[in-house]
Write a protein of this length. Sequence first.
Lengths: 112, 113
Amino acid sequence: SQKIEQNSEALNIQEGKTATLTCNYTNYSPAYLQWYRQDPGRGPVFLLLIRENEKEKRKERLKVTFDTTLKQSLFHITASQPADSATYLCALWASGYSTLTFGKGTMLLVSP
Amino acid sequence: DTAVSQTPKYLVTQMGNDKSIKCEQNLGHDTMYWYKQDSKKFLKIMFSYNNKELIINETVPNRFSPKSPDKAHLNLHINSLELGDSAVYFCASSQARGTDTQYFGPGTRLTVL
């Protein structure tokens, strides 16, 4: 069966460090993968999209990698700040499917 | 200006009641969605409409009925509410299906007592 797995435990890091979040998938052939940020009591907000033929995408302090061999995407936040604390969701659009499928998300806590 | 808005933000009701949640987007998008986020924070697609036409209807009880009066609105009507319907419901929109970014509303927290 198809699965999207993100770190189930919250990730605690210190301000200034790089946060790395993982998204693994099985039994999908995603055409692309998106990352969203969700704050408590709010809807998800789009951050980055990476396509199957792209290895890496950057936007300011954010970087996403996509390895279709490992079936994994990594999401990095460099020089993390307490304001980066939120839940981060990965979502993939797979060939043959008509919906964007979300992982359960990883909560990131950045302490000062 | 709010891009995707939902009303109400909170909805508390008794089992067996019928309720509606409204969604409007002012982005000029063609596609709108309803998602359900349960207590475990899992975000699951329920319905998708493209140009007022239903294109996705995931395995959802037929007590849930979406209605799209026009491209900018997608409402969700729920009949005979059950305890298990308690969740946060998100409306979203995108320019087109597939590769497009989805823009989410603020969510409606439904509590069924």
